[in-house]
Design a protein around this ligand. Structure first.
Ligand code: ADP
Ligand code: MG
Length: 605
């Protein structure tokens, strides 16, 4: 709390100083410096929405400065449109460009995304130079000179940019606090899994990119008027792109204020190195300074100035006020695990099959991982899937939920074919799963993890709070029934392996699935948690959720399943009740082995 108050006070004070500065001082050097700093802060904040929140590092963001500047410049020079209107058109052009760019890069990640954005920057710079009838080509494009009285100095640039910066930061803060931001952070942690939870990640990324691009574009338009002369080299500038990234990294990427702080450190430094260092080697010296700074940030301040300072401050405060000894201990909880779920499609027809898999094939090179599998799960039943390691169980799950594409075969959920649908669509249709090794999102809290899944895309929902109060209430109830209420606002890293598995299950159930696939849920967890898990599975069963359960623990399985399939070498070799398959000769040979074949008493336990 203390940090929040301190931060608010600092922000208000800084804003007051910035508003007052041009009025009380006539120093044009510092006005110019501040204008450039605002530009960089807008650029870094805009970049941060995509680069900091979603983890997509763009090296091409000065494309938006260029597009905004040239749109404004062309409108002003050729059509007499005021640059202060033109820059808004520039913002619109950038919004469209960002949407297109986001479509083009829809399937690129990591290094590839970096390279593509860099290539687009080079490409647009080239187009601008070549298309000289429109842009003035390499000689450049001159805008009309400002017409206001010299008494106003640079105020008409200074205040709009300051306002735009405030707006950019406000939107960035709004995004961070909303479900959109929650989704973006989830994308940064584990995009595949986020898609499996029903998030249309391409839409999230497009909105992030468009928001960032638009603000940078508008700023680019104002900048065009400020410099009054455009040439491609100066506006489609890789150094400007790099500075945006560097400012965000320096200040603290993924935070709201980090990029602004970074810009206020970096731009004065950049300005000093370009004016303070003269001579033939000045370019090389600047490069050395920025390169060294980048290295220093990565080595010594990997999280950035702001997060580091915040945690130092918090630690200092914590030392002063000792925490009460019983903090976080909480009362021991005992409850029967149950989560209320309204499985989708259960009202349509009472019976039938919730999942049908027919003749599905998946090969990895020459390996037939899944080789002509037929399998069905009755609505509201618990169906088991067993088999030795490497027999293709997880791959079958991946085929059903769309993580990997089948080479041939049909998959239907609730009677509708899903094998051509994307992962999010399958989740929306009522399919959920857990993973053999739990995959929670580390930068989200436990409760945020639970409420992240999305049953359908809604643009208004994206702007709601990360966790709305009804959601919080429901999620707390879920956590209570799992005995994990104390962990609601902690990081999933604080949970044990077994607890993480339970939370992942609760997360999947947030989708209200008609079918949930559990990949070895009881493996590696304590007997107490395993009991809780069995309770939970029974309660889901009684609510009509279909369950496909992969498990090696036959006693656990036989206490739950009516029907099991046995898989070996990618094929189903037997199916029936647990007692039936464990008496099957082929199953004993391929999986159980004579000495571990179950005693009948255990089977019926
Ligand atoms: P199970 O879950 O039954 O232990 P898996 O489905 O994980 O088995 O694996 C089945 C087979 O497919 C194994 O031989 C495994 O090595 C192989 N396999 C699984 N995923 C891949 C992949 N992405 N690329 C190559 N081979 C894979
Ligand atoms: Mg497996």
């Amino acid at each position: 709390m203390r940090v929040t108050i301190l931060r608010r006070t600092l922000v208000v004070a800084a804003l007051a100083v910035l508003i007052a500065y041009p009025i009380v001082s006539n120093d044009l050097y510092y006005q110019n410096l501040l204008i450039l700093t605002f530009m960089l802060a807008i650029g870094a904040s805009g970049w941060n929405i995509m680069g900091g929140y979603a983890g997509y590092i763009s090296l091409g963001n000065s494309v938006f400065i260029g597009l905004g500047a040239y749109t404004t410049g062309i409108l002003a020079a050729k059509h007499g449109v005021s640059p202060f209107l033109g820059c808004l058109v520039g913002g619109l052009v950038c919004a469209i460009a960002a949407a297109l760019l986001s479509l083009v890069t829809r399937r690129t990640r990591g290094m590839y995304f970096v390279i593509v954005t860099f290539a687009v920057l080079q490409l647009l710079a080239l187009v601008t130079t070549t298309w000289s009838s429109l842009t003035g080509g390499s000689p450049g494009l001159a805008l009309p000179l400002p017409t206001w009285s010299l008494d106003y100095q640079n105020w008409p640039f200074y205040y709009p940019l300051l306002g735009l910066l405030v707006l950019t930061v406000a939107v960035s803060a709004l995004v961070r606090r909303s479900k959109l931001g929650l989704g973006l952070f989830a994308i940064q942690d584990d995009e595949d899994k986020a898609t499996g939870l029903g998030l249309r990640t391409a839409v999230y990324k497009m909105i992030a990119f468009v928001l960032g691009g638009t603000f940078i574009g508008i700023a680019g338009g104002i900048y065009a008027y400020y410099v009054t002369f455009l040439n491609t080299g100066a506006v489609f500038d890789i150094v400007a792109s790099v500075l945006m990234v560097l400012a965000a990294l320096l200040g603290g990427r993924g935070t709201v204020w980090g990029p602004v702080v970074g810009a206020f450190i970096l731009e004065p430094l950049a300005n000093f190195t370009s004016t303070g260092i003269g001579g033939a080697n000045s370019g090389a010296i600047r490069l050395l300074i920025f390169g060294g700074l980048l290295l220093a940030v990565v080595l010594f301040l990997p999280r950035g100035v702001l997060p580091t300072a915040t945690s130092l401050w918090q630690r200092a405060m914590a030392r002063r006020s000792r925490p009460s000894p019983d903090e976080g201990a909480g009362p021991a909880q005992r409850s029967s695990a149950s989560i209320s779920v309204s499985p989708r499609g259960s009202d349509v027809d009472g019976g039938g099959r919730v999942l049908e898999v027919h003749d599905v094939v998946k090969t990895f090179g020459g390996l037939h991982a899944v080789d002509g599998v037929d399998l069905a799960v009755e609505r509201g039943s618990i169906t088991g899937l067993i088999g030795p390691n490497g027999s293709g169980k997880t791959t079958l799950f991946n085929l059903i939920d769309g993580t990997v594409a089948a080479r041939s075969g049909h998959i239907a959920l609730g009677g509708k074919r899903i094998d051509r649908s994307g992962r999010a669509t399958r989740a929306h249709a009522g399919l959920a799963r857990t993973y053999q090794l739990p995959r929670l999102f580390p930068s989200l809290t436990v409760i945020e993890n639970i409420v992240l899944p999305e049953r359908r895309l809604s643009f208004t929902r994206l702007w709601r709070k990360r966790v709305t109060s009804p959601e919080r209430q429901r999620a707390i109830a879920v956590l209570e029934s799992l005995g994990l209420a104390n962990f609601a606002d902690t990081s999933p890293a604080d949970l044990s392996y077994g607890q993480r598995k339970l939370v992942e299950l609760a997360q999947a159930l947030w989708l209200d699935p008609a079918l949930i696939m559990l990949d070895e849920p009881a493996a590696g967890i304590s007997p107490a948690l395993s009991q809780r898990l069995a309770d939970l599975i029974r309660s889901l069963h009684s609510q009509g959720v279909g369950i496909l359960l992969v498990e090696h623990d036959l006693a656990f399985l036989s206490s739950l399943c009516q029907h099991v399939y046995v898989m070996a070498n990618g094929k189903i070799i037997a199916n029936g009740s647990v007692a039936e398959v464990s008496a099957d000769r082929a199953v004993v040979d391929a999986y159980l082995g004579d000495d571990v074949a179950l005693a009948p008493a255990e089977v019926h336990a």
